[in-house]
Design a protein around this ligand. Structure first.
Ligand code: SAH
Length: 361
């Protein structure tokens, strides 16, 4: 069977072009675009002629993902979604409820290639990139799940995958997310998290997107960073920090640094002092994350006392910092954990590690 087109990948202009080629009048593009961006299936796009709906259904996807399982946390309002792609790959997204509304943590790749030592997403490698429409579908499915309860108002690109390693699809997704005839989510409510791909940070600075850039730092020096993040061997901290400083200068936006506190590695008050020195004078905020232990990786979180002391030291040195609330731990909230657990329970993880053939998953 020939691959179906993912209409949610298209901009309004591309959709108009596509419909014109099908011999349809131009005004259909606006109608189709708004249905698609509401997550409505072809069968319920009632202002489109039945013949067009049938033709579209035969050759295109309305929503290229389906909810495979939705797992609500028993402790808080977090819901973890395991989603099935049209080619059978499984990905995950996490819906969180904050006082300011619903935030969705979106995946950008099926797995990840970056190899961070503490991260479950990377254990099976990366099977493929997600398309912009597949990223958007995660938001649409979460909205569908919420129904009358609300809508996703904030998006964080902090699920599986390295968004800047899938640059074009990610930027396309951000523009679609903000489309006035689509979901119209303000880009000020969007955070993009990267492990630190220096050239792409430079490129992103020129896109004119008012998102918040989050940089996964996790170490105050190259020696520690290289032990847990292979990317640090490609881009040392001086290059990364120069790119981030340039990003702030160009966009005028404050950056966020993520710092997972790992026992016996990066969580001593002396590391906090080194970190403060590294960030001196930069318009930034530090988000401390007690490590969500990943048994496969054998790394432990810093103790609550160590977390507190680290935060206090940063505050004493006038570095803006907070400690991330741990949500959804009972549902394998950290990146890639649920997917791995699911694949493992079906005996598939080892096979993914050996094969990137989608049919194996
Ligand atoms: N690839 C991107 C985005 C995905 S991960 C990046 O590296 O930033 C989102 C955040 O969760 C990153 O800061 C990542 O380092 C962190 N993270 C991954 N596994 C974690 C774990 N087990 N405990 C705490 N934070 C983790």
């Amino acid at each position: 069977m020939a691959d179906k087109r993912v209409l949610l990948d298209m901009t309004r202009e591309e959709l108009a072009q596509f419909l014109t080629e099908m011999g349809q009048p131009a005004f259909r593009a606006g109608q189709l675009f708004s249905w698609l961006h509401k997550g409505v299936p072809f069968s319920r796009m009632l202002n489109l002629p039945a013949s067009l709906r049938e033709e579209l259904a035969a050759h295109c996807h309305d929503l290229p993902l389906q909810i495979h399982r939705a797992i609500p946390s028993r402790r808080d309002d977090t819901v973890k979604f395991l989603l099935a792609c049209a080619d059978g790959h499984l990905i995950e997204s996490v819906l969180m409820h904050y006082h300011y509304g619903y935030t969705l943590c979106v995946s950008t790749q099926v797995g990840c290639l970056m190899g961070c030592a503490f991260c479950a997403s990377t254990l099976g490698g990366c099977a493929r990139d997600l398309s912009a429409g597949e990223m958007l579908s995660q938001v649409l499915l979460a909205n569908g799940y919420l129904g009358d309860k609300g809508k996703v108002g904030h998006v964080v690109l902090m699920g599986s995958g390295e968004p800047l390693a899938n640059y074009d699809a990610t930027v396309r997704f951000l523009r679609l997310l903000n489309d006035p005839q689509g979901l119209m989510i303000s880009l000020r409510n969007v955070s993009l998290s990267t492990c630190g791909l220096v050239p792409e940070i430079g490129q992103l600075a020129g896109e004119g997107l008012p998102i918040t850039l989050s940089v996964s730092l996790h170490a105050p020096n190259d020696e520690i960073r290289r032990q847990i993040m292979p990317i640090a061997k490609r881009y040392p901290l001086n290059e990364l920090m120069a790119a981030v400083r340039e990003y702030v200068r160009k966009t005028g936006r404050r950056v966020v640094f993520e710092y997972a506190l790992i026992g016996n590695l990066n969580s001593h008050p002396s590391h906090a002092r080194e970190l403060a020195e590294l960030l001196r004078g930069l318009q930034c905020h530090v988000n401390l994350i007690p490590l969500n232990p990943v048994p496969e990786r054998g790394l432990a979180s810093a103790t609550p006392q160590a977390v507190k002391a680290f935060l206090a030291e940063l505050e004493r040195l006038h570095i803006s910092a907070t400690c991330r609330r741990e949500m959804g731990q009972d549902i394998s909230g950290a990146c890639g954990q649920l997917r791995n657990r699911h694949l493992k329970s079906e005996g598939k993880l080892d096979r993914i590690m050996e094969s990137t053939d989608p049919r194996d998953i």
